[in-house]
Ligand binder design. Structure first.
Ligand SMILES: [Zn+2]
Length: 378
């Protein structure tokens, strides 16, 4: 065990790569034996009543009203695509406008239990805004590193919540590198939402909610994947529900990435892929070239019989408008990429005509300016 300061609490951390156990900590993000990332392991069986949480005092979990997002049916698109039923889970109506609030509520609650007062995070925008909101409500000081090219709406949102915003020129990875350097220089806690094992634990509720929704028996979930917190967390949620005998079999997870940044899809499809610094995508929320939890993401897809597909920016932008104009759902391009992927999955036969599909609408369109959108003349 690396740290022994916490009382027995029914859970600990375990290295994903070498399975070395470690007491719960927010200050260490990597296994001291091999450098791998951690996952949470519980000492008690899951229950169908609700997800297990990595908190000593779960009843004190912070909340801004996240979770329990509605599931609606997209009837016009289902008919056009030849699907049985097409469901959308409206994660964009979360308190800060993205699914990240589920993870922030848990990660920030763990940080409070561990006595954190000030922390560093890096984000393409949504996670930074979400953690900043929860930090504000808990009275913590947040330093958020984000690409200078991030959506102005997301950057302003981070500042609105009182976080100190550090913008960094270059690709998404440059913000991560700058955050790490700042952590080292200032001796602060690095609450990286994708290195930390606690963030994706908050995503497990997605599975519990989905199984109680009209989309309970859906065969396929299609989602955009960057660092994979929703994919990994939802997959863990369905695993818990299976272990609790609440369901027999979960859905297949299909992951969608942009053609320009597709590390996970490349592995899933056996392609060679090299990150190109010049490669850009409008799907900024999934422009992650080196996801540290890629092995867990691959397991979540392969373990359910799912697949990976990459989509063009043109298709993503076209779907953003199509969703708004045909279904009244205004999402960010990252979320629209899932529908571009869905269309390709139907064409390839990975999803068959007449089958039912659930797509999370991961983020709101209201944060990103539309002036440059080719489909609009405004
Ligand atoms: Zn290890």
């Amino acid at each position: 065990m690396q740290t022994r300061s916490q009382p027995p609490s029914g859970f600990h951390l375990k290295c994903v790569a070498c399975a070395t156990p470690c007491a719960s900590t927010v200050r260490e993000l990597a296994c001291e034996v091999c450098g791998g990332v951690f996952e949470v392991e519980y000492d008690y069986a899951p229950s169908a009543l609700g997800q297990r949480l990595p908190l000593v005092r779960p009843h004190e979990k912070l909340t801004l009203g996240e979770g329990n997002t509605p599931v609606i049916e997209l009837k016009r698109l289902a008919a056009e695509l030849g699907l049985g039923r097409l469901w959308a889970k409206l994660e964009q109506i979360a308190p800060t406008g993205s699914f990240k609030d589920r993870g922030s509520a848990v990660l920030m609650s763990v940080a409070v239990e561990h006595g954190v007062r000030e922390f560093v995070e890096d984000s393409s925008g949504n996670a930074g805004a979400s953690l900043s909101a929860f930090a504000a409500s808990a009275g913590l000081k947040a330093h958020v590193f984000a690409p200078a090219s991030a959506s102005p709406g997301k950057l302003q949102q981070i500042s609105v919540f009182g976080a100190e915003l550090h913008t960094v020129a270059g690709p998404r990875q440059a913000a991560t590198d700058a955050a790490r350097a700042y952590v080292k220089e200032r001796g602060l806690v690095y609450l990286s939402h994708y290195h930390s094992p606690f963030f994706s634990e908050g995503m497990k509720a997605f599975a519990y909610e989905a199984t109680r929704s009209p989309a309970a028996n859906v065969r396929h979930i299609v989602m955009p994947v960057g660092n994979g917190s929703l994919l990994i967390g939802a997959s863990r949620g369905y695993d818990e529900l299976r272990q609790a005998s609440a369901i027999e079999v979960g859905p297949k997870f299909h992951c969608v990435q942009a053609e320009a940044v597709r590390p996970l899809v490349a592995v899933l499809n056996g392609e060679d892929w090299q990150f190109d610094r010049a490669g850009r995508t409008v799907a900024s929320g999934i422009a992650v070239s080196k996801p540290p939890r890629i092995e867990q993401a691959i397991d979540a897809v392969r373990g359910t019989g799912g697949s990976g597909v990459a989509v063009s920016d043109d298709a993503t932008l076209a779907w953003q408008i199509r969703l708004a104009r045909q279904e009244g759902v205004f999402c960010e391009p990252t979320s629209a990429a899932a529908f571009a992927g869905l269309e390709k999955l139907i064409l390839s036969g990975a999803i068959k005509h007449g089958e039912d599909v659930l797509v999370p609408i991961t983020g709101s369109g209201l944060k990103e300016p539309l002036q440059a959108h080719p489909a609009l003349h405004i």
